[in-house]
Design a protein around this ligand. Structure first.
Ligand SMILES: Nc1ncnc2c1ncn2[C@@H]1O[C@H](COP(=O)(O)OP(=O)(O)O)[C@@H](O)[C@H]1O
Ligand SMILES: [Mg+2]
Length: 348
C-alpha cells in the first residue's frame, strides 16, 4: 500500500530577533539586527498509511503545530521532504487543499456572523463539492450527532464545543483523504470531549479518512489512536503502536490510595509533601525497587511500582503497617506515566 503522508528528515527553523536592552539597545536594533535560530522541528521522519489515526503528542512548544503547518502547506520546511497525497504541500497549496481538511483548535474556519449552513454552502463552492455528496454529508452528520440542530445557528451563538463540532464537520465536508486536527478538544469539558471523540472515531472508521490528531490530552489518544508519535523539543522520541507501548510497561502497577486524612480538601502542596514522604519511606523499605515512586494524582496518592522489582501486595502491606488506608484502587499504568517514563529515558 502507498502511504498518504511521507516525511523525510524535515527541519523547521525560525529566526528570532534578539532584542537589545535599553534605549541604546533599541537604537542599535534599528541599524543592525541580531537574530538567533530556533529549531522548532528537528529531523522528523514518518510514514502514514491510508485510514490510520495517529496521535501526535508532545508538551507545549514541542513542535506539533509547526509539523501540521508543514504537512498542510502553510509553512515550508527549512530542509527535508514532505509528500501528502502524492504532492508537495507548499508548492501547490490550492490543489493540495482539495484533498485535506484542517482544524486548528480554538480558531474557527467558519464565518462568525453566518448560520453554519451558510458557511458550509460557501465551502461547497470553494471545494466544488457536488450536490449529492454535499446533501449526503449534511444528512450523515445529522444522523451521527444531530448536527441538524446546529445548522441554522451562527457561530457567535454557539458554545466552544458546538463550534468545534461544526469545525470538524466542515473539515470533512469535501471528503478529504486526510484530516489534520490540531488540539480539537482543548478547553472543552469532559462530556463535550467524549462527544468529539465519538465523532472523530465514526468519521475515521466510516469514511476511511486518515486522521492526524495533535493533543496533549492522553485521554484523546487512549480513546482514539492505535499509533502514537511523541515529540519533544522538535525531536521524535517515540513512534509505535499504543499496545506496544503498554506491553513494554506490562509489569508496572499503579496503586492509588487515600488515607485517613481528608485528601479531598487538602492543599496541593500538602498532598505533594505527603506523596514525597511516602516515597522516601517506601524507598528506604525496598532498596532494590528502582521504579518505585509516589505522586499526587487528582486527590489520590498514587504509587507506581514494577512487579518484577517488588510485589504490589508487599508494598500495600508495608504501607498499611504505617498508615491507615481509607480507600484504594488498583490501575494499570496510565499512558501519561508511560510518557513521563519515555521523557525520563527509561525506554528507547
Ligand atoms: N512563527 C513562528 N516564529 C517563531 N517561533 C515560532 C513560530 N511558530 C512556532 N514557533 C516556536 O516553535 C516552537 C514549536 O511551536 P509549536 O509547533 O507551535 O508547538 P506545539 O504546537 O507543539 O505547542 C515553539 O518554541 C514556538 O515558540
Ligand atoms: Mg500547537
Amino acid at each position: 500500500m502507498e502511504s498518504v503522508i511521507k516525511i523525510e528528515h524535515i527541519n523547521k527553523e525560525f529566526k528570532i530577533l534578539k532584542k537589545r536592552e535599553g534605549l541604546k539597545g533599541s537604537i542599535k536594533d534599528l541599524f543592525s539586527r541580531d537574530y538567533s535560530t530556533l529549531k522548532a522541528v528537528n529531523d522528523i521522519s514518518m510514514e502514514i498509511m491510508p485510514g490510520e489515526m495517529v496521535g501526535y503528542l508532545g508538551p507545549n512548544g514541542a513542535g506539533k503545530s509547526t509539523t501540521i503547518k508543514m504537512m498542510t502547506g502553510i509553512l515550508k520546511p527549512t530542509s527535508g521532504k514532505i509528500i501528502v497525497n502524492g504532492k508537495v504541500p507548499y508548492t501547490n497549496r490550492t490543489q493540495n487543499a482539495e484533498d485535506i481538511g484542517v482544524v486548528f483548535g480554538q480558531r474557527t474556519q467558519l464565518w462568525w456572523a453566518l448560520p453554519v449552513i451558510e458557511s458550509f454552502n460557501i465551502l461547497k463552492e470553494i471545494y466544488r463539492i457536488d450536490k449529492k455528496t454535499y446533501q449526503d454529508n449534511l444528512e450523515y452528520f445529522d444522523a451521527l450527532i444531530g448536527a441538524g440542530e446546529l445548522y441554522q445557528k451562527t457561530v457567535r451563538q454557539m458554545s466552544l464545543g458546538q463550534r468545534t463540532l461544526c469545525d470538524i464537520l466542515a473539515s470533512f465536508l469535501h471528503n478529504p483523504s486526510v484530516v489534520f486536527l490540531d488540539e480539537p478538544t482543548i478547553g472543552l469539558d469532559v462530556s463535550m470531549k467524549s462527544k468529539i471523540r465519538e465523532l472523530i472515531r465514526a468519521l475515521n472508521k466510516e469514511k476511511g479518512t486518515t486522521v492526524i490528531l495533535t493533543t496533549h490530552d492522553m485521554g484523546d489518544v487512549d480513546a482514539l489512536c492505535s499509533r502514537i508519535v511523541i515529540i519533544d523539543k522538535g525531536k521524535m522520541i517515540y513512534d509505535n503502536s499504543i499496545e506496544k507501548l503498554r506491553s513494554f510497561f506490562g509489569d508496572y502497577r499503579t496503586v492509588k490510595l487515600k488515607f485517613n486524612k481528608k485528601e479531598e480538601v487538602m492543599q496541593t502542596e500538602a498532598l505533594e509533601k505527603e506523596a514525597e514522604d511516602l516515597q522516601s519511606f517506601l524507598k528506604s523499605q525496598f532498596k532494590g525497587a528502582k521504579s518505585l515512586s509516589a505522586s499526587v494524582d487528582d486527590k489520590w496518592i498514587s504509587v507506581l511500582l514494577k512487579e518484577d522489582e517488588v510485589h504490589m501486595m508487599k508494598v500495600i502491606n508495608c504501607i498499611q503497617e504505617k498508615k491507615k488506608i481509607r480507600d484504594m484502587t488498583l490501575e494499570e499504568i496510565s499512558t501519561e506515566s508511560v510518557i513521563k517514563k519515555i521523557y525520563e529515558g527509561d525506554i528507547q
